[in-house]
Design a binder for this molecule. Structure first.
Ligand SMILES: C[S@@+](CC[C@H](N)C(=O)[O-])C[C@H]1O[C@@H](n2cnc3c(N)ncnc32)[C@H](O)[C@@H]1O
Length: 187
């Protein structure tokens, strides 16, 4: 009996460990990528580089656990909207926002970011794989207002002009150009 239970427990531990290892190779824009998230220190640097102010409305596209939005609200008093597709992360982010006391400042939406309007944003946080960043091109160029700051973590945005970067932490800051592009010309 004891050896049976021991074997079952051992197998469970091995499965959990394998799932953990697998998560490191899973694409970070997948809902099943639990260990790819922005740490608090990087979130703070992102806010500083984006010159976040109290009047800002920050959209985090694929907000995960909501760390970046909570950091911005705590340090700068900004408002935030987190869009997240994974129900577990939505649940976690909502609890984290409530625990931090920012329910009046931060809204977490369980939605597909490609189907949510982002035109209200003055700052946008993005931590997604290049394929997803490319898919966002039309949305970013047609919906965001000129002057909106777009901060990308880990990966660059090929279709925006880089304003500043932190090469060590891989943080890239962009700004939507003043001269709005025609929607029809965006491919
Ligand atoms: C690399 S994680 C980044 C999480 C968070 N922004 C951070 O920096 O900690 C990417 C997140 O995007 C979410 N995601 C992927 N595709 C999405 C979609 N179409 N709509 C909303 N969220 C999405 C994933 O579930 C995941 O939480």
């Amino acid at each position: 009996m004891f050896s049976f239970l021991f074997t079952q427990l051992f197998l469970l531990i091995v499965i959990i460990f394998l799932l953990y290892l697998l998560s490191w190779f899973w694409p970070p824009d997948s809902p099943w990528a639990p260990w790819w998230s922005t740490d608090k220190k990087s979130a703070l640097i992102m806010c500083k580089m984006a010159k976040v102010r109290k009047s800002d409305i920050i959209y985090d596209l694929g907000c995960g656990e909501g760390t970046a939005l909570i950091t911005a609200a705590r340090e700068y008093g900004s408002k935030g909207v987190g869009i997240e597709i994974d129900p577990w992360r939505v649940w976690y982010a909502k609890r984290a926002v409530s625990f931090a006391g920012f329910k009046d400042k931060i809204t977490i939406l369980r939605k597909d970011m490609f189907k949510v309007s982002i035109d209200e944003a003055s700052v946008v946080f993005i931590y997604l794989v290049p394929k997803a960043i490319q898919r966002l091109k039309r949305k970013v160029l047609s919906e965001l207002k000129p002057g909106t700051r777009v901060i990308c973590y880990r990966y660059k945005i090929p279709y925006l002009n880089l304003i500043t970067e932190d090469k060590e932490r891989l943080i890239y800051v962009y700004e939507i150009p003043k001269k709005a592009r025609s929607r029809s010309r965006i491919k």
